[in-house]
Design a protein around this ligand. Sequence first.
Ligand SMILES: *[C@@H]1O[C@H](CO)[C@@H](O)[C@H](O)[C@H]1NC(C)=O
Ligand SMILES: *[C@@H]1O[C@H](CO)[C@@H](O)[C@H](O)[C@H]1NC(C)=O
Ligand SMILES: *[C@@H]1O[C@H](CO)[C@@H](O)[C@H](O)[C@H]1NC(C)=O
Ligand SMILES: *[C@@H]1O[C@H](CO)[C@@H](O)[C@H](O)[C@H]1NC(C)=O
Ligand SMILES: *[C@@H]1O[C@H](CO)[C@@H](O)[C@H](O)[C@H]1NC(C)=O
Ligand SMILES: *[C@@H]1O[C@H](CO)[C@@H](O)[C@H](O)[C@H]1NC(C)=O
Ligand SMILES: [Zn+2]
Length: 491
Amino acid sequence: MGVWKLITVAAALAVAVVDAAALEPRGQKLVKSDSLRKALKVDALYKKAEILQDFAYSSPDKNRVIGSQGHQDTIDYLHDQIAKFPKYYTVELQPVPLVVGVSANLTANNKTIEVYAVTLAPGGHVTGPLVAIPNLGCEDADFPPSLKGSIALIFRGTCSFGVKVGLASSRGALGVIAYNNGDGNLKGYSLSLFQNDTTPYIPTGGISRGQGEALVAQLEAGTEIIVDLTTESKTITSYNVIAQTKGGDQNNVIHIGGHSDSVTAGPGINDNGSGSIAILEIAIQLTKFSVNNAVRFSWWTAEEEGLLGATYYVAQLSQAEKDKIRLFLDFDMMASPNYAFQIYDGDGSAFNSTGPPGSAEAEKEFTHYFNKIAKLNHTEIEFDGRSDYGPFLEAGIAAGGIAGGAEGLKTEEEVLMFGGASGVQYDVNYHEDGDTVNNLNLECWIEMSRAIAHMVATYARSWESLPPKTKGSVKRGVSDHKKTKAYQRWV
Ligand SMILES: *[C@@H]1O[C@H](CO)[C@@H](O)[C@H](O)[C@H]1NC(C)=O
Ligand SMILES: *[C@@H]1O[C@H](CO)[C@@H](O)[C@H](O)[C@H]1NC(C)=O
Ligand SMILES: *[C@@H]1O[C@H](CO)[C@@H](O)[C@H](O)[C@H]1NC(C)=O
Ligand SMILES: *[C@@H]1O[C@H](CO)[C@@H](O)[C@H](O)[C@H]1NC(C)=O
Ligand SMILES: *[C@@H]1O[C@H](CO)[C@@H](O)[C@H](O)[C@H]1NC(C)=O
Ligand SMILES: *[C@@H]1O[C@H](CO)[C@@H](O)[C@H](O)[C@H]1NC(C)=O
Ligand SMILES: [Zn+2]
């Protein structure tokens, strides 16, 4: 921790202490949409974004990726901010064990190839003949009956790499080499699925597309290739930060979530600093009010590696605990520079993919907010489970959310609706080092934050607009087809 950063954090904490004293009076008024919205200020959001950026830039690789100092500082900061309100919130740090890649070395017939250890795969030293797996390695049929003693070479794409490594392992492969389907190296790449007992993972290294294709060409020409792969990994404990109001009905909870980590490439200030800060600020301002229904806020770890923090959290919940969550709302990329106000299509009207009962009503409430209260244009985006709400959908929990846009291109029609530039990504810095405070769209951010505040206040007051809850909900998530799509971001 740099001295300079210590001062910044200390100053921020000093402000929060004053707030806390003022914010926990007795006899609070029941929360209302407009009062919670009015409590949100752009300056307060921006200052917190600067703090996260300082955490990133004080970290050796200038990011907040899991396992980095920048990420741990973010977790501590979120926890400390919310723990300033001990009368209002119960705060929990949920440990999440994660196996992260440290380093790797690879030779093919004694020739060194640049390689990175893949997150969630174990460390180890393996050597053997290289076997190229045809197609994408997502199906049983792609694999020869026995890979005993060999190293499988598999192309990236379509299914999560955990599926591919699981299949290779079940055929007796000793290790796997993943090769990229896009530009660049595979630094920070993840198997995206937790290992299960039936298919323990094996050492996995990631190489570039060019290197992979060259190896495939040699194999096809009949050259035998002996590879030697060493990977080092370490098990780290990362944390989900979870806070729940002590007030309100604890059995009918509105759950709001964001993620605390960034990608390797940059500080991750829009993705997803903007979402996590917006919900932190709402959580702080909410302490000025009372609630009828409990409100739970979560900041997930390891979203960028395949929704791991949220997946772990949902997997640990008993059915009785799942049943207490009436609605989970997800907020991603709230300040995209070339934004559109995008509402998840929870009723399937635009993209034919719906969620559990309550998801359509959440979309309707957002739509009502944008149309009637904010009087702002909005579009719909596919309800595909592409962010931390995916595991909730799969567990049969209603979900919803809004986004400012990621790597998609803005249309001309959207330029008429929102301004900005057509044919340009909603966020040109998506997953790049330019995702900094300088590139946040503050107008988008405050409007999005107000929309979140509206939803929090509405459901903290009453659940009457949602269908009655059904206990022991069976799986009612998106269809398998959609689930596959859901993970395309990481595969
Ligand atoms: C890879 O090689 C480098 C340089 O020799 C070494 O520092 C590093 O520890 C090696 N890593 C593994 C996993 O073998
Ligand atoms: C690799 O190098 C070792 C020793 O330097 C040698 O014994 C071995 O035959 C080489 N393997 C290949 C495939 O060239
Ligand atoms: C274990 O994971 C593999 C993919 O890695 C999957 O195909 C298999 O169905 C899983 N088994 C269980 C019992 O979850
Ligand atoms: C962004 O943050 C929000 C809340 O802060 C979270 O719900 C969401 O999953 C995050 N998503 C992404 C893709 O970063
Ligand atoms: C919508 O999805 C359902 C099942 O997922 C399918 O049967 C139906 O044909 C789809 N409708 C359209 C218009 O794509
Ligand atoms: C909404 O979009 C229309 C074009 O479809 C535009 O004329 C109007 O000005 C926009 N309204 C706002 C509030 O931006
Ligand atoms: Zn819709």
